[in-house]
Design a binder for this molecule. Structure first.
Ligand code: BDR
Ligand code: CA
Length: 310
């Protein structure tokens, strides 16, 4: 059975890998990509998405969304994804023409059209999905659910000691999503740092002789280099965003635990995803947090499918 998917991405390097994985997955019917700021400004993220879709021969629409977090100011760092968001492979660019419908409006409209058959996979800050839920709170009961790459519940953070980047950037949006009533599966650093891509993988892509393989190998090499500098003990770079796609299509690859989850908004612990000890009276846990992953099964599927494109 195929699953209808909207990918909501801040198109940087691992988002690009997630998009390629979706393009190669017959279990997924990708309806559209909705784009947000995050790894790079919105204009670059949009340009990256449209360029990747062209190269992947994907013809689904692209919708532009939030330019900034709900209440905070965004600052960008090119350390992991490059100033252009794609390992300096494309350069800083203007957003090409795209449909004028706002990302959150599109999510609302598609939730009404497809209901439980639709899953939103977020691989950036959750601002677009939060905006959709605030525009139409009935979405929480309509949609099949959301699979969100974000958070670090039992593992250290990657922006601060406690916080993961996507939740750190817009913790208010994360809380809007977590408390909306929407079924949410959180794919955080607890599991994504157990799924790795290594230099041997990019070497194979480069040696494939395909232009697409070389393009993917080149920008992924930038990400690998950043990982080598920041996390030498990991022996590779984390497949954060592809794993969110994998878990949406194959939930049997992750084991989740229900939490009353909350993203901290205080300055000293901003973005930390932690149990809320004071849930509303009678409330049920709001987020299924992935704490274990069948890394081998996922990685085998990811590499086989993506390499099938090269
Ligand atoms: C997440 O932050 C971004 O840098 C990545 O694309 C991923 O979505 C990992 O913390
Ligand atoms: Ca991302």
């Amino acid at each position: 059975m195929t699953r209808k998917i909207i990918l909501d991405a801040d198109t940087g390097i691992d988002d690009a890998l997630a998009l390629a994985y979706l393009a190669a997955s017959p279990e997924a019917e990708l309806l559209a990509v909705t784009v947000t700021y995050g790894n790079t400004p919105l204009s670059n993220a949009l340009r990256n998405t449209i360029e990747l879709m062209k190269r992947l021969q994907l013809t689904v629409p692209v919708y532009s969304g939030a330019e900034a977090p709900m209440v905070r100011t965004k600052r960008y760092s090119g350390a992991f994804h490059g100033e252009d968001g794609l390992g300096e492979s494309l350069g800083v660019g203007e957003a090409p023409p795209h449909t004028p419908i706002r990302a959150s409006d599109f999510i609302v409209e598609q939730a009404h059209r497809h209901g439980k058959d639709l899953t939103v996979v977020t691989t950036g800050p959750m601002t677009n999905l939060a905006e959709a839920l605030l525009t139409d709170p009935s979405l929480a009961d309509k949609l099949g659910g959301a699979v969100c790459m974000g958070g670090a519940v039992a593992a250290p953070g990657n922006v601060t000691k406690f916080a993961e980047a996507n939740v750190f950037m817009d913790p208010e949006a994360a809380n809007t999503v977590f408390t909306s009533g929407l079924p949410v599966m959180l794919i955080g650093l607890d599991v994504t740092r157990k799924t790795l891509l290594t230099e041997a993988d990019t070497r194979r892509w480069r040696d494939s002789g395909s232009g697409l393989g070389r393009f993917f190998a080149d920008f992924t090499a930038f990400y690998l280099d950043a990982y080598k500098r920041h996390y030498p003990y990991l022996k590779g770079c984390a497949l954060h965003d592809p794993l969110a796609v994998g878990a949406a299509l194959h939930p049997e690859w992750v084991r989740t635990v229900p939490f009353f989850l909350h993203a901290e908004t205080d300055d000293d612990s901003r973005g930390r995803t932690i149990e809320n000890l004071f849930p509303p009276e009678g409330a049920r846990p709001n987020v299924e947090v992935a704490l274990q992953v069948e890394a081998e099964a996922f990685m085998k599927d990811f590499f086989a499918k993506v390499e099938g494109l090269f």
